[in-house]
Write a protein that binds this ligand. Structure first.
Ligand SMILES: Nc1nc2c(c(=O)[nH]1)N[C@H]1C(S)=C(S)[C@@H](COP(=O)(O)O)O[C@H]1N2
Ligand SMILES: [Mo]
Length: 193
């Protein structure tokens, strides 16, 4: 650890400023873990005009899946490098979605929300993940499925995700309304508004 211009830096090029490494996998939830059975689970994308694209659990599993290894960065300052996930790319889910809107609000079972620009969840940058480290995703980490948007702080990766709603503007979600940054890029330390 060295001090440059009063700013804390670290020697690991994969570690954003102000972050430290953790080997454990902390659980951070604003409320209780909702329990959703696979039979009741559904994921949807809603566009302007009320158009709704829906996937049941079986339909999600039938889509092409990707195995991704990514670094995750929590705004509370822990980072975990090289985490392994399996899930469906949002490119796949958006393939037949026709929208002129530029923002999405992710909604979770349990009520959590978080906002994202559409272009930042496309082109291989976001997934609906249902396995972690080769195992079904633990309920406390968002199982049966969570959003995974690893290039932004981990609060953007909505656990127990149930759908995305297209928005005409970058309206704040749960943490963004409570002082977190609208965007959340860890490399720019976009922690708080
Ligand atoms: N539905 C939901 N998703 C959520 C949260 C939450 O409270 N509810 N917390 C966010 C925050 S602040 C972080 S850091 C990560 C934590 O994920 P983890 O518990 O799997 O480490 O989930 C994010 N997604
Ligand atoms: Mo977080």
């Amino acid at each position: 650890m060295a001090i440059f211009g009063g700013r804390r830096r670290n020697d690991n090029p994969n570690l954003p400023p102000g972050q430290h490494l953790t080997e454990s996998f902390p659980v951070l939830s604003a409320g209780p873990t909702p329990s959703i059975s696979a039979d009741d689970w559904e994921f949807s994308i809603r566009t302007e005009g009320g158009d709704i694209h829906r996937w049941s659990w079986q339909e999600l599993l039938a889509l092409p899946a990707e195995d991704v290894t990514v670094d995750i960065h929590c705004v509370t300052s822990w980072s975990k490098l090289g985490t392994g996930w399996r899930g469906v790319s949002l490119d796949t889910l958006f393939a037949d979605v026709d929208t002129g809107l530029d923002y999405v609000m992710a909604h979770s079972y349990g009520g959590y929300t978080t906002n994202l620009p559409l272009e930042e969840v496309l082109e291989g940058r976001a997934w609906i993940a249902y396995e972690y480290d080769g195992e079904p995703l633990d309920p406390e980490h968002g199982g049966p499925a969570r959003l995974l948007v690893p290039h932004l702080y981990f609060w953007k990766s909505a656990k127990w995700v149930r759908g995305l709603v297209m928005q005409d503007d970058d309206y704040p979600g749960f943490w963004e309304e409570n002082g977190y940054h609208l965007h959340g890029d860890p490399w720019r330390e976009e922690r708080y508004a």
